[in-house]
Design a protein around this ligand. Structure first.
Ligand SMILES: [Zn+2]
Length: 455
């Protein structure tokens, strides 16, 4: 079956960067733009050149070194903005000027203080000017979802006649509902003369948590470009999340027979890079890229997962670039999951030994919410030495399955009382009484690195 191709327009560097705490410098934007190119997005909105010299430079540098995708620069509907955007895009292999102007009465009356007639004229003139410079012109009627529909149709028709090749329909304030947004796209397709000459685009904000649902509804009703951001960052509650849109289409082609050029295996690293650059962490339960997106704690889930991942997994972690699904060890975990984790840490147990490890594990898990690998290793040590004495510890080490990981020292002393200087990590390596165990490289880790457990 032929699937319609959806253009992915990434605005992480423009709309996303406008979110509080997410500003990036030129170097950081360039680094992220290169990752977006690897990810396979079709359009990168690199910035708003007239907004600042930094934005101008970022657009210019990205245009010069990121060659495959279209590079878009934003401009208000006036010649000064359009000229500045065009100047920044000079070195681009595939430049696009993105012009916007609000069209809702509330914006016209209180923000712009212009009439509808003036708005229509200004939109048409700005697009015509942009078109005289650049073949690829996008127009956005800001606050489209709160614009009088016949007037919106009039504006869209005028800008297409003036040369716009993409018309973007922003739900600027995150107000629309999926059926309503789909209906709006359908109306434009039915009422606007010349609509077939332009690509219709979605741009949805997440104020009611519906940005992705609204974007998908738009696509179902004929939109062929989606504007979105990595991790859904953006003004206020954010923009539609790129990774969620891409994976919704990939996991449910029966409902969404569309395809994108995104290399989904790059989603996780793109998300991590953005979080690292902005120092804004991804919420743990964020779909697709959150730390817990592929974690299973409940015993029955873990058991099912181990028997066949399809029981609880609708997509593999690998398909979005997450190295492995993480079985979180907590009080709801079962014996099977515990045994597997022990094996991954290099210890195989007989049934009787495992019973003892499991018994102690449950007591511990009752006290602390999440059992870390370091806790588990301590517990394994205790069981080994408690049962059979120190000589057997060596024996237990002899059964270790060395994972392809570096040998690091495990300081049991790390959790020793504070009055012991052994508690200081700086003293760990020289301690007597610590055991050297083979364990995955990332065992002693920060929250971020923790997600990479199982690499
Ligand atoms: Zn926006």
């Amino acid at each position: 079956m032929d699937r319609a191709r959806i253009t992915i327009f990434d605005t992480t560097l423009r709309d996303g960067e406008q979110s509080p705490g997410c500003s990036m410098n030129v170097q950081e934007k360039l680094r992220l733009a290169k990752q977006l190119e690897r990810l396979g997005v079709d359009v990168i909105e690199a910035g708003f050149p007239i907004a600042s010299d930094g934005d101008f430079e970022a657009v210019q540098r990205i245009a010069a070194s990121v060659r495959r995708p279209i590079i878009a620069g934003l401009a208000r509907a006036c010649s000064g903005d359009v000229d500045r955007a065009w100047q920044a895009l000079q070195g681009a292999a595939h430049p696009r000027i993105h012009v916007f102007l609000a069209t809702s009465d509330i914006h016209l009356k209180y923000k712009l203080r212009i009439t509808r007639e003036r708005c229509l004229e200004q939109a048409r003139d700005a697009v015509r000017h942009a078109k005289s410079l650049c073949a690829d012109v996008e127009f956005s009627p800001e606050d489209a979802t709160r614009t009088d529909v016949p007037f919106l149709c009039q504006v869209v028709e005028a800008v297409i006649a003036a040369g716009a090749t993409t018309v973007n329909i922003p739900d600027t304030v995150g107000y629309t509902m999926p059926e309503e947004y789909g209906q709006l796209i359908r109306t434009l397709r039915e009422k606007v003369a010349g609509i077939e000459k332009a690509t219709i685009s979605t741009h949805c904000h997440n104020d009611l948590g519906l940005a992705v649902a609204n974007s998908l509804a738009g696509v179902q009703d004929g939109a062929r470009q989606v504007e979105c951001t990595i991790n859904g960052i953006g003004e206020r509650a954010g923009n539609a999340s790129l990774e969620e849109i891409v994976m919704a289409m990939r996991v449910r082609p029966d409902r969404y027979p569309y395809e994108t050029a995104v290399a989904s295996e790059q989603l996780y690293s793109s998300s991590q890079m953005l979080a690292e650059i902005t120092r804004v962490p991804v919420q743990p339960n964020k779909a697709i890229t959150g730390r817990n997106a592929f974690a299973h704690e409940a015993g029955i889930h873990q058991d099912g997962m181990l028997k066949n991942p399809l029981t609880y997994e609708i997509m593999t972690p690998q398909s979005v670039g997450v190295p492995d699904s993480r079985l979180v060890l907590g009080k709801h975990s079962g014996r099977h999951a515990l045994a597997l984790r022990c094996e991954q840490l290099g210890h195989q147990f007989e049934r009787r030994e495992l019973d003892e490890v499991y018994r102690r594990f449950v007591v511990l898990a009752d006290r602390i919410k999440k059992v870390q690998d370091s806790h588990l290793l301590e517990l394994i040590q205790d069981v080994s030495s408690g049962h059979v004495g120190s000589a057997e510890v060596t024996g237990s080490q002899g059964r270790m399955i060395p994972p392809a990981a570096a040998a690091v020292t495990l300081a049991r002393a790390v959790s020793a009382p504070a009055n012991s200087n052994e508690a200081h990590p700086a003293h760990v390596s020289g301690n007597v009484g610590q055991a050297t165990l083979l364990m995955p490289f990332t065992d002693q880790h920060s929250e971020q690195e923790e997600y990479l457990w199982g690499v």
